[in-house]
Design a protein around this ligand. Sequence first.
Ligand SMILES: [Zn+2]
Length: 359
Amino acid sequence: MQRTLAESVSIEGVGYWSGETIRLVLKPAAVNTGIVFRRVDLPGKPFIPVHVAHRKNISLRTSLVKSAFNKENLNNPCVEMVEHVIAALVGMRVDNCEIQATSAEMPAMDGSCLPLTEAIEKVGVHEQNYERIVYFVDDVICVGDENAYVEVRPIETNYCAATDLPSEDHSYPWTRSCSEERRLAEARFRTEALACAGDAEGGLCKEVPGSIYSYELDFGPNAVIERQCFTWDSSIDSFTENLAPARTFLREQDAKVLRSRGIGTHVGPEQLLVFGEDGVIGNELRFDNECARHKTLDMVGDFGLIGCDVVGHFVSRRGGHALNALMVKELLLRIANVPCIAFSDEELGILGGIAPVFV
Ligand SMILES: [Zn+2]
């Protein structure tokens, strides 16, 4: 079933880029609302939908505008750096939520979305009387090139464990195992699972897994951040434990460039991870592969812009917000041609995703 917050919850903080203080109030919302922002500080308190059509091209973060047709208009209400807030809701399996904001840029918090997930845990989540709608990826889709790409493929059963690194030639265990024959067999399995949806006796539905997100971070030899990998299985427990605490990061050289432009001068190394020649500066890692975990968190937030649940194995090698958005657009092209089918949680298990904005 779809889920929303049991009660409103608020959080306050300062934006990394703007330095402005912002207060967020996350409110329960009706079924099929999805996740939606509302700028309560602006005249008319405009809503801003969480959908890729409203995404504005801006580097190093994900931002949304109200009007999808005139994105450069300075009077177009916007919300900035939304990926960590959306990731917190998707990861906690909150389908419907109105996020009231008093400024454009989301609070930096500690660079992760842990403060937000803790706030959500405190008020709890409420089940709603309406089923979730799910799209199953049934083909391999890839955007990018061999240097940096994002790929999604039908779910397989034998994916690598959370800390397994792919081999040096970047062929992942799951890629090697995915023969064309196997892929077709799994596609048949899913078709049968779809066919038994709603049938309490149909055992196949119970075996349909949730999404898997894998990220490989690789800045090349001798980089200040070493090559690392992470996989999340879309369970809520694993989200709060393994993804929510992972903080955003940057290299010292990039921090210096930003500061020379007057950006982030109010941000200290204790508010995010800054990597110099000798490792993290003025801070301590929460996980050895915290950077790969954070990039996985960004994937979860960015794929929230699809607007409905998509079940597949998402794999990113060196990908970022722009490639994530390209993948979302590719998926939407396919989803538009395929009817989404409603499942209950008993049939599907816990999935990461948000409610549909179209059916
Ligand atoms: Zn991030």
